[in-house]
Write a protein that binds this ligand. Structure first.
Ligand code: SF4
Ligand code: SF4
Length: 178
């Protein structure tokens, strides 16, 4: 059980790794968002952001309060987002997707739909991404209920997935680096 500040620091460290992971995987933009925009004539659409997920599943806990406070300090309160798409109940959803580069709530950070998980399995042989498991792990990091050992294991599993994506995405670069 760390302080709320220490729990958030760990959470943000994992968020940085997951952002790297999703940046490399890039399934949502290429296989979901761009095809849908081409199909619907560039109309904004909500995709999986169909609720105010930045808060609906948040727990009553000081670390969650701190996460929200820092998010608002960095990116403003949801009701003041200028480019809100109005196609999603979530104000942070704009015509170009989510405006939050960091400080997302656990469910927003962890969520992958079935087709994106299937893509991860079929294209990269990564079977370790269980979105509910990731969601709970992120919640427990914030509440301080994930032990340091489990935290390190979870962190390593994120690094392993990144490694797999990097190797499969640029085999020539990796081969020449050996
Ligand atoms: S998680 Fe699934 S529904 Fe959501 S943007 Fe990605 S591909 Fe689309
Ligand atoms: S905060 Fe971002 S990821 Fe979460 S529901 Fe809103 S737009 Fe989607």
């Amino acid at each position: 059980m760390g302080s709320a500040k220490e729990n958030l620091r760990r959470y943000l460290e994992i968020e940085t790794l997951l952002n790297r992971f999703f940046g490399l995987y890039d399934f949502c933009l290429k296989k979901c968002v761009l095809p849908e925009l081409a199909r619907n004539g560039n109309q904004p659409f909500a995709a999986c952001c169909k609720d105010k997920y930045y808060k609906v599943y948040d727990l009553e806990h000081p670390s969650f309060d701190l996460l929200r406070d820092e998010r608002v300090a960095l990116y403003g309160p949801p009701e003041e987002v200028k480019d809100s798409s109005l196609v999603s109940p979530c104000e942070y959803h704009t015509s170009t997707g989510c405006v939050l580069p960091t400080h997302k709530s656990p469910i927003c950070l962890a969520f992958m739909c079935r087709k994106s998980i299937d893509g991860l399995r079929n294209d990269y042989g990564i079977y370790t991404y269980d979105y509910l498991g990731f969601n709970y792990a992120l919640e427990w990091i914030l509440t301080g209920d994930l032990s340091l050992t489990d935290y390190e294991e979870f962190r390593q599993s994120c690094l392993d997935m990144i490694d797999t994506l990097e190797k499969k995405s640029s085999p020539k670069r990796v081969a020449s680096a050996r």
